[in-house]
Design a protein around this ligand. Structure first.
Ligand SMILES: Cc1cc2nc3c(=O)[nH]c(=O)nc-3n(C[C@H](O)[C@H](O)[C@H](O)COP(=O)(O)O)c2cc1C
Length: 208
């Protein structure tokens, strides 16, 4: 099968992309509006970019329903700060509640019954239920497309990592304690319990 995106409906291209870019980690992003309303939303178009300095990015898309921008994007553009919270299995259902398109005046911590706790350096709260939070300041937003299901890239520098003591040792994270979940296509998710190790080959180790 060869697919030329120009010859297909963009909704089907979206379906294709979320099925083939898998598995995806989930950034559960807390932000705050200029009026002080707290927002929480999951984004699986998410990755790290740089460790020196630490920079991550995630991608809020234009809503399919009405072509509007997501509250998270509006908030971060206005206030330049956010927190990325890591999603563990225990509160997957509550995370999912935050993917409902609530109007901007709704506090999604209250709606999802998740718990805000103060951040050290930024205004948006951290999520208590998350075992890892990253406080970020906005570096740059790249608006790639303003069409429905078009997206923007939000780049944030991590100012603070908060990691639960029991899953941390010598900069390593214990995945059995973190229990992160990932996103597949459709409504499918994965656990990260079936893992295998593969050491990176050294230069010269592989010959023709
Ligand atoms: C697991 C998961 C991953 C998601 N990933 C994205 C994403 O990468 N980009 C996006 O625009 N929406 C994504 N969504 C949908 C948003 O979370 C949803 O549109 C949400 O209402 C946005 O909230 P906001 O308007 O408060 O920012 C995802 C939803 C779920 C459940």
């Amino acid at each position: 099968m060869i697919i030329n995106p120009e010859e297909h409906d963009y909704r089907n291209i979206y379906k294709l992309m979320v099925g083939l870019i898998v598995p995806r980690p989930i950034a559960f992003v807390s932000s705050i509006s200029p009026e002080g309303i707290r927002n929480l939303a999951p984004f699986s178009f998410f990755t790290g970019i740089s460790a020196n300095p630490p920079v991550i990015c995630f991608c809020p898309m234009i809503r399919l329903s009405d072509g509007s921008r997501k509250d998270t994007l509006e908030n971060i553009e206005a206030t330049k700060e956010f927190v990325v919270n890591v999603v563990s299995e225990e509160f997957a259902q509550k995370m999912n509640t935050c993917s409902i398109e609530f109007p901007p005046e709704v506090d999604e911590f209250e709606k999802s019954r998740l718990t805000p706790i103060p951040s050290a350096l930024v205004k948006p709260p951290r999520l208590k239920e998350s075992r890892i939070n990253m406080e970020c300041k906005l570096l740059q937003i790249i608006h790639v497309s303003s069409k429905q299901l078009g997206g923007s890239i939000v780049l944030g520098e991590v100012l603070r990592f908060h990691v639960a003591d029991d899953l941390y040792e010598d900069y390593k994270i214990d995945p059995d304690k973190l229990k992160p979940i990932g996103r597949m296509g459709g409504s499918a998710y994965i656990r990260t319990t079936d893992r295998f190790d593969m050491a990176r080959p050294k230069t010269g180790e592989i010959r023709d």
